[in-house]
Design a protein around this ligand. Structure first.
Ligand code: COA
Length: 258
């Protein structure tokens, strides 16, 4: 895989770690990473040996969110609109694929997490972060619609008032805020994150496998009630129109030259 590392753990059988692995681009989520995440999630759905999955990032970021260059390249006015529409649904599909895993998922947030990265984290069961991490949901200032079924998941994990504040201001927030708001389960020293995530995984793996799987399924069923499949059914349409409008805007000569 080009954008991910998938590793099993010799010391902790049943644990797999998925590392977002574009460190030179701060693990920005491009089409390739979406495709590979969906592929690895599909494999995990048929894998009854893996019971816990840790998601983390290579280098100094967990992920800087959607790849802005990828988004820019999709704005071409002459693209096939149906292909644009298909691509506009990709983020929703990846977030749903993470959330649908039968394994218990742990987000081990090693560095900054922005936009879509926070949506992915919202689709995971448990979250730990290193002390120096910061978060932000900056779409409002980037003219990018907040899609990937983000709002229902954020509201579920952070509460409505806090979510509205964060998506309307786009302000950064710290791990201490995130811990206080219940978004994080644990904050660790920067050099203790991996150990803490593996200790949590070991604790989960010590449980009866079926009891743990059934407990996860039940919590997911309840969580899904709060995020039905199509609550923001217009997500990809919204994203597609935003891209088409941006492309049209780019290709319209300024009023003075008309
Ligand atoms: N999409 C594509 N590339 C990205 C990226 C993104 N979202 N975020 C970072 N990168 C790339 C940079 O272009 C740069 O690549 P280059 O070395 O080839 O130029 C590399 O990652 C390092 O980023 P840089 O900006 O030099 O690091 P920094 O420490 O100065 O700043 C951030 C870090 C996160 C503040 C800054 O990269 C940033 O604002 N990124 C965009 C975040 C964003 O808006 N995400 C979209 C959310 S929807």
């Amino acid at each position: 895989m080009d954008t991910l590392k998938f590793e099993t753990d010799a010391e902790l059988p049943g644990l797999a770690t998925i590392t977002l692995n574009r460190p030179d681009k701060l693990n920005a989520i491009n089409s390739r990473m979406h495709a590979e995440l969906q592929e690895v999630c599909a494999q995990l759905r048929n894998d009854s040996r893996t019971r816990v999955v840790i998601f983390t990032g290579a280098g100094r970021a967990f992920s800087a969110g959607a790849d802005l260059k990828d988004i820019a390249s999709l704005k071409t006015a002459d693209s096939n609109p149906l292909e644009l529409r298909r691509l506009a649904g990709t983020g929703n599909q990846t977030s749903a694929a993470i959330e649908a895993l039968d394994q218990v998922t742990i987000g081990a947030v090693n560095g900054l997490a922005i936009g879509g990265a926070i949506v992915f984290l919202s689709a995971m069961d448990l979250r730990l972060a290193a002390e120096s991490v910061w978060f932000s949901i900056p779409e409002i200032d980037l003219d990018i619609p907040l899609t990937w079924n983000a709002l229902p998941r954020l509201m579920r994990e952070l509460g409505p008032a806090r979510t509205k504040e964060l998506v309307m201001t786009g302000e950064r927030f710290s791990v201490h805020d995130a811990l206080r708001w219940g978004f994080l389960n644990q904050v660790t020293a920067d050099d203790a994150l991996e150990k803490a995530a593996r200790a949590l995984a070991a604790k989960l793996l010590s449980k009866d496998p079926l009891s743990l799987a059934l407990t996860k399924s039940t919590t997911r069923a309840l969580a899904n009630l709060m995020v039905p499949d199509e609550p923001t059914h217009s997500d990809r349409e919204y994203l597609m129109f935003a891209r088409l409008l941006a492309a049209r805007k780019d290709s319209t000569p300024p009023a003075s030259s008309q």
